[in-house]
Design a protein around this ligand. Sequence first.
Ligand code: PMP
Length: 368
Amino acid sequence: MKVIFAKMQKVYNFNAGPAMLPVEVMQKAQDEFLNYKNSGMSIMEVSHRGKHFEEVLNSADKNLRNLLSIPENYSVAFFPGGATFQFSAVPMNLIAKEEHGDYSLTGVWSVKAFQEAKKLGYGANCIFDGKEIQYSRIPKITEENISKDSKYLFITSNNTIYGSCYKKIPDVSSVPMIADMTSDLLSRKIDVSKFAYIFAGAQKNIGPSGLTVGIIRNDLLEMKKGPVPVLLDFKQYFGSKSLYNTPPTFSIYIANLVFEWCLQKGGLEVIEKENDAKAELLYTYLENSNLYTLPIEKNSRSNMNVVFHLKDKSLEKKFIDESELLGLHGLAGHRDAGGMRASIYNAMPIKGVETLIEFLKTFEEKNA
Ligand code: PMP
């Protein structure tokens, strides 16, 4: 089978994150790398309080607001460190130790968030636990599911490992809704005003790992009831406009190039349509195949992480070896979920999905 790669691309990278970034973004970063806007310096070398980085930061804030239509009463911050930090930050900033938040446990990441809150001594109440059904579906959460005196609802909008997502965001307004959107922020349109706090590690649809985007409704900045480490303190960090200390400047610069790329494509409406088309193509093929199975219920399937299994598990190694040889990289599933996973984030061109389907067909013909 002939594999045709896009300009500069050596493989189609289906890794779950760090993941594929748009070629155009990396090209621009490369062009500007040694001499940023005639400063004679790399953007990595300029002061985080100087004019060049100030422009990058302001532009990143403006572009993200524009992409997501973020309302005026929300603030944006770019945190150093991974999304995992936010599992601690959420209870620390929002509740007292004797209070509790509700958690919907739809996969590894929500379980980690839940356990972290408990470990730190906060109340964490499970309102849905998908463990017994191998996290194969997403619950429908309504006001009735919220527990008495709960102070927030925590969801993971897209489950990177099991490949499920909330197709419809829960309609809950009696408590602040917090969403870990690490693996789907910027992949589809969302109504930010439904959420009190959104966070997302950058390494899927935004930029390099080790950077986390936070979008908060301003009234939440006043909820802290105890001491919080300064870099996780919402009031301080959002208040400093991501400049409390030296932020991850290069990662923020790349994130902003990605935001610009998204805007140039026509924004999230266009991106969402492309993502729907890519996922539809792949799921339709998999649904009709005799060799592959889909573990996630149809109306809970993620458009970002397509998880599938081979009926004959003994073929898994062969599948991975052969796909790698053809330049289809990173298809092995997560160790917790098993099987295969094709992560098809915004930067994955439809050609990459078509090439994958061609391989799936050939492999099926040879092995079914
Ligand atoms: N939440 C989700 C949904 C994730 O997919 C990940 C990482 N893949 C995390 C949280 C943790 O992110 P980080 O590694 O940046 O801490």
